[in-house]
Design a protein around this ligand. Structure first.
Ligand code: F6P
Length: 349
């Protein structure tokens, strides 16, 4: 069979492990030929392919990023986009397509299924906010990186008796903030799901420092927003959202800097900010993510050869499952509020 594969959206450690698994499982088990499309849906629109074979996949298991590139191109952004996708797949004789991505990339895949394209989705995002799987690869790596950063921030914060605000990724869901905050022993964790009260946060920090603590780490997800409208307006004023991407998402970043300033102004405790940004997405995947990505790649090829199209392979209770793409992309998987309130919340202040 001739399989196509693409990686779309923000890159993520483990993408190359999936590519390798798809190429090797396809080649060794079924004699499949695999072609990569360059830069996600962009390569499908433009008919730009990258040949993939077992030799090309040597030594990529531990490599961060994606050897076939990625983009946030949306084929449905123009009227002629879907027809161009169908044209490219036909011209290259692609019998099945493995789409590796998050809500946007797999959202496109969901719509293409309705047009008759034989697609299997593989869930990817460091944000861990995709439904239909208990975890996405890349998330574990991001949490490890953020936790190590928090550990490092703590010693310098203690030396200077400061509050350090650590801004992590998480546009709509605070999974990275919650997990790294718990793992790093953060004094407070702020997530997009629960608008935060700056005054209440400051009063917790004041009490903590008056009670003899020398430092505090506050972990804030980039998509977190203050509950008070005045604070939210003020925060928006200092953050610098760039142009929206092809899926309509504004570029985030800036809440951490705003918050550090507010904490210092309202409490008098010296505060600093560190924005981890793309460091969380770069470099080698953890062993957990390499294993998960490999399992999902093999499972995608199994689904293709079972004729199970229009599904995403995912993880449920440690086992590989197939869920309809429409279900996986129907709604986001936001943070478990029990984990956030009962576990993370126990240690705040
Ligand atoms: O892939 C998800 C994500 O990492 C978000 O957490 C973040 O808002 C966004 O990507 C950043 O994207 P970009 O690479 O376009 O700056």
């Amino acid at each position: 069979m001739r399989l196509g594969i693409l990686t779309g959206g923000g890159d993520c450690p483990g993408l190359n492990a999936v590519i390798r698994a798809v190429v090797l499982a396809g080649h060794l088990r079924h004699g499949d030929e695999v072609i990569g499309f360059a830069d996600g849906w962009r390569g499908v629109l433009d008919g730009e392919t990258i040949p993939l074979d077992p030799g090309r996949c040597r030594d990529i298991l531990a490599l961060g990023g994606t050897i076939i590139g990625t983009s946030r191109t949306n084929p449905f952004a123009t009227d002629e986009g879907p027809a161009r996708v169908l044209g490219t797949l036909g011209a290259h004789g692609v019998e099945a397509l493995v789409a590796v991505g998050g809500e946007d990339t797999l959202g496109v895949a969901t719509r293409l299924v309705e047009l008759g394209v034989r697609v299997v989705g593989v869930p990817k995002t460091i944000d861990n906010d995709l439904s239909g799987t208990e975890v996405t690869f890349g998330f574990d790596t991001a949490v490890q990186i953020a936790t190590e950063a928090i550990d490092r921030l703590r010693t310098t914060a203690e030396s200077h008796h400061r509050v350090i605000v650590c801004e992590v990724m998480g546009r709509n869901a605070g999974w990275i903030a919650t997990h790294s905050g718990i793992a790093g022993g953060a004094a407070d964790i702020l997530v997009p799901e629960v608008p935060f009260d700056v005054e209440a946060l400051c009063s917790r920090l004041r009490k903590r420092h008056e009670g003899g603590r020398f430092s505090s780490i506050v972990v804030v997800a980039e998509g977190a927003v203050p509950v008070s409208e005045a604070d939210a307006a003020s925060a928006r004023g200092v953050s610098l959202p760039g142009n929206a991407d092809a899926f309509g998402h504004a570029r985030l970043g800036g809440i951490g800097a705003w918050l550090a300033e507010e904490i210092e102004r309202r409490t008098g405790i010296e505060a600093r900010v560190t924005i981890l940004g793309h460091i969380q997405r770069g470099g080698t995947p953890t062993a957990f993510d390499r294993v998960l990505a490999t399992r999902l790649g093999v499972a995608a090829v199994d689904a293709v050869h079972d004729g199970a199209f229009g599904v995403m392979v995912g993880l449920a209770a440690g086992k590989i499952v197939r869920v309809p793409l429409s279900e996986a992309t129907g709604s986001l998987k936001t943070v478990d509020l029990d984990l956030y309130e009962n576990v993370a919340g126990l240690f705040s202040g």
